[in-house]
Design a protein around this ligand. Structure first.
Ligand SMILES: Cc1ncc(COP(=O)(O)O)c(C=O)c1O
Length: 390
């Protein structure tokens, strides 16, 4: 029986797999510390849970407009205006099953077979898979550690061909924590205009920022018509399981996405939509401050171990250079991450999951106690590795 070439070209998500393996070990009674997950460990704020309960009691349990309830799209439009200086109207906004589905639908709506999409590595696992599942060809541009993992616009420009239709950016960045400057966004805006490229801007970590401020490329002059902004509630309001996100895009693209939504899922869970509406008035400062503290603890621990990394400015990850531990006991970051889990009892994600060898990603979306214990374990684990030949 036939299988799709497009899905066969794709591997399962390595981040989800590592997280699953760590969870299985924990369930089997093995004492593992999980620095794998890309999700806040906090509960969803009470007010949001109450809004969901209210919605159910008030009978908001039916289908909605496939693009989302109008009150939520209006609230998103207001948020985009107030926080990001963007002028999208509710007709240019689609509420989706997480930022993940927003991205998938954007690729589906804009890629024709063989079109090239530029991805900046290290990059989130799903971009490559989603581009391929939609018949596109990912073209990778490397962001270097010495540049704080911010890509060089000249290198991006060299990767543009006549088949390039879009570029994906992600700031604050998973896995590096890089936050792109206004200057970089200006240069990217110029490239977008010169080469007629759509910029897909994944801003799901917008509210988790420790240094600098979040800027949306869509607010650059002339960029509203060339940008699709993706955001959501998973990371900002500890709502990963509710599966709710959104996109704002030029009307002709939003309308294509609305058709996809019509035929794919009808609408996002109605109760989650009402809960998300409440999220706009919930302050997440407490979470950001907790992350800031944990970041400090992990940063000091990694420094004491002599490990090298760029201090993250946003999101909740460290992307740590482990090249010095590869080449003898462990060939690559995947082998190292497996050993860290099985022998060191610390779950991390290998850099290869982000198309970037020689690194591991540590999530600090876990308790401070766990972070301190993970530091002890990593110290012992790294101390036992045979030094590779120099
Ligand atoms: C960079 C990035 N984009 C998008 C997402 C999707 O998040 P969600 O679908 O939960 O909104 C994630 C989740 O880990 C992510 O790390």
């Amino acid at each position: 029986m036939n299988l799709s070439r497009h899905t066969q070209a794709v591997k399962p998500s390595q981040t989800l797999q590592f997280n699953k393996k760590a969870l299985e070990m924990i369930r089997a009674g093995i004492d593992v510390i999980k620095l794998t997950a890309g999700e806040p460990d906090f509960n969803t704020p009470e007010e949001i849970v109450d809004a969901a309960n209210d919605a159910m009691r008030r009978g908001y349990t039916k289908y909605t407009d496939s693009t989302g309830i109008v009150e939520l799209r209006e609230a998103i439009a207001r948020k985009l205006c107030e926080d990001n200086g963007l002028d999208f109207d509710p007709g240019e906004i689609v509420v989706t099953n997480g930022g993940k589905q927003a991205l998938y639908s954007l690729f589906k709506a804009t890629i024709n077979d063989g079109d090239e999409v530029i991805l900046i590595t290290p990059c989130w696992v799903s971009y490559e898979a989603q581009v391929k599942m939609n018949g596109g060809k990912p073209v990778f541009v490397t962001a270097e550690e010495v540049d704080g993992f911010v890509p060089d616009p000249a290198v991006i420009e060299r990767a543009i061909s006549t088949r390039t239709t879009a570029i994906v950016i992600n700031s604050p960045n998973n896995p590096t924590g890089a936050v792109y400057s206004r200057q970089f966004l200006k240069e990217l805006a110029r490239l977008s205009a010169d080469h007629d490229l759509l910029v897909i801007s994944d801003e799901v970590y917008e509210k988790l920022i420790f240094e600098g401020s979040h800027e949306s490329i869509a607010s650059e002059e002339g960029m509203k018509g060339r940008s699709a902004v993706v955001n959501g509630f998973s990371k900002s309001h500890a709502m990963t399981g509710w599966r709710i996100g959104y996109l704002a895009a030029p009307r002709h693209i939003a309308e294509e996405v609305a058709k996809i939504q019509d035929h794919l899922c009808s609408n996002v869970n109605t109760i989650a939509q009402h809960a998300a509406l409440r999220a706009f008035s919930v302050d997440n400062t407490r979470m950001v401050e907790a992350f800031r503290k944990r970041k400090q603890v992990l940063s000091e621990g990694l420094q004491d171990m002599g490990l090298q990394f760029v201090i993250p400015r946003g999101a909740f990850y460290f992307f740590v250079d482990v090249k010095g531990f590869l080449g003898s006991d462990y060939a690559d970051s995947l082998e190292l991450a497996i050993a860290m889990l099985e022998k060191g009892r610390v779950g991390v994600v290998p850099g290869s999951a982000f198309s970037y060898e020689g690194y591991i990603r540590l999530s600090y979306a876990t308790s401070e106690d766990d972070i301190r214990e993970a530091i002890q374990r990593m110290g012992r684990f790294f101390g036992e590795i045979t030094a590779p030949p120099s």
